[in-house]
Write a protein that binds this ligand. Structure first.
Ligand code: ADP
Length: 259
């Protein structure tokens, strides 16, 4: 299949953005879907969405401290999450598809190629592929990364030009802005230093497992492979809209190699 002239973008949305207290944040999800519909007019789009645990927890209240329980809750939540997306996307006449992946899928060239062909076909037909980790068999999202790393793999192996991470914070700062008033946003980052990755995980939310370090690891993975990443707020989509649809960089952090 020939690659179209449109740029391919992977949009990853964090669980904090999609979650309100212990359930799905439906208004924010609606805003996100409206944005994705606009984005799909200009770009090839793949969505990586967290939120299965939050969607499942309102149906099955098990102790989330136990990993097996989180896997069970996510298994209940995944179809509800997909159905919420499907309903909202239908308003824009957009069909969605569910792609569940495990980290080990990326270890095999054959499997990566098969899933990339599936994604290419979906995109070609105007369908929005929605990727999540297969939480019943793979625990890396539930333990480490809130999908940040996985979305970097999706961006690289599915040949995207850029990963866009929509977070509960509007960019990457010189230090944690929730703890330091003098933290300043880094608007452009060309390199991730080893010591940037040593900061302990800082998830500040009961469903989030990522924190800034997993986002920086995702950025490093992509920068090392000549890909780009943009990190912006998923609560207020003004900055990401402006960056991707108007070409104006208001706020948000653009990770882009120096060359
Ligand atoms: P999400 O759920 O959106 O994926 P997380 O809550 O896991 O995001 O991670 C983002 C959080 O990381 C921010 O809310 C912030 O408190 C924390 N953080 C720590 N250091 C930084 C930093 N240097 N810049 C931005 N955020 C930081």
């Amino acid at each position: 299949m020939s690659k179209s002239s449109r740029k391919r973008i992977v949009v990853k949305v964090g669980s904090h953005v999609l979650t309100e207290q212990t359930r799905l944040a439906r208004d924010r999800m609606s805003n996100l879907v409206e944005f994705l519909a606009d984005l799909m007019k200009r770009y090839e789009v793949i969505l990586v969405s967290s939120g299965a645990v939050a969607a499942g927890y309102s149906k099955l209240k098990l102790d989330k401290k136990i990993l097996n329980n989180r896997q069970a809750i996510a298994s209940v939540g995944q179809p509800y999450l997909m159905s919420a997306y499907a309903k909202k996307l239908a308003r824009f006449d957009i069909l969605s598809a569910q792609i569940l992946l495990s980290a080990s899928d990326f270890d095999s060239r054959k499997r990566t190629l098969h899933s990339k062909c599936t994604v290419d076909t979906l995109i070609d037909k105007g369908v929005l592929p929605i990727v999540n980790e297969n939480d019943a068999t793979d625990i890396s999202e539930l333990v480490f990364g809130d999908n940040d790393q996985m979305s970097a793999h999706v961006a690289y192996y599915f040949d995207a030009d850029m990963l866009v991470i929509l977070s509960d914070i509007d960019g990457y700062y010189t230090k944690d802005p929730r703890e330091h008033d003098d933290a300043m946003m880094r608007k452009e980052v060309a390199q991730i230093e080893a010591h940037d990755l040593e900061v302990p995980h800082t998830p500040n939310h009961s469903f989030a497992t990522g924190g800034i370090v997993t986002k920086l690891k995702a950025a490093k993975f992509l920068l090392d492979r000549d890909k780009e990443m943009f990190m912006a707020s998923g609560f207020d989509l003004t900055d990401v809209r402006s960056f991707l649809l108007d070409g104006v960089h208001l706020k948000g952090t653009y990770f882009k190699g120096a060359s």
